[in-house]
Design a protein around this ligand. Structure first.
Ligand code: HEC
Length: 161
């Protein structure tokens, strides 16, 4: 028996509603805290000045640009997802290889140090030789100044405000 026109229209309306609801919920399925507001130039100046040498001379903007090399694999915001590499929020002062929920290589799991500017500088200069056997396939940031600026930017962006 074929459904009456009224039933058919009602069914179509329900379907349309379901589709619309789907569309809406897919946008909000993973509620995320909005990314922190960008710092004002004054706040950047204060934050840079508060860093230890040599990072208190860093160029924040150059650091932000240098991080473009890392973005394909790392997020920096609080609660940001792990991608190919772990989310880096809170990395300063944290033991290496300890970001919750990330599947590290044996090399990084076995590492026994805490990330600070000095360790990051060596890691980023040449990830492969700094910690043989790690799985970060990245050639490194060879330029001293780019590394300094990047580390300063990273420290500011990944630390609680
Ligand atoms: C091709 C992807 C890729 C790129 C590009 C990349 N990384 Fe990584 N990174 C990884 C992976 C994978 C790991 C985990 C390594 C392991 O477990 O051995 C990692 C680990 C790290 C860690 C250690 C984190 C921890 O919790 O101990 C830091 C810090 C880091 N990366 C910083 C950077 C920075 C800064 C850049 C840019 C200059 C960068 N990475 C570029 C993939 C990448």
């Amino acid at each position: 028996m074929t459904p009456s026109p009224t039933v058919r229209i009602a069914t179509l309306a329900l379907l349309a509603l379901a589709v619309a609801a789907c569309g809406e919920s897919s946008g909000t399925a993973t509620p995320k805290a909005p990314p922190p507001a960008p710092l004002t130039p004054e706040q950047i100046g204060v934050a840079i000045a508060a860093l230890p040498t040599p990072y208190n001379d860093a160029d924040y903007e150059n650091g932000r640009r240098a991080f473009a090399r890392c973005r394909a694999c790392h997020t920096v915001t609080p609660g940001g997802p792990n991608m190919t590499g772990p989310n880096l929020y809170g990395v300063f002062g944290r033991a290496a290889g300890r970001h919750e929920g990330y599947n590290y290589s044996k090399a990084l799991l076995a590492a026994d140090f805490t990330w600070d500017g000095e360790q990051l500088d060596q890691w980023l200069a040449n990830p492969r030789t700094f910690l043989p056997g790690n799985k970060m396939s990245f050639a490194g940031v060879p330029d001293d100044q780019d590394r300094r600026d990047l580390i300063a930017w990273l420290k500011i962006e990944t630390s609680p405000r």
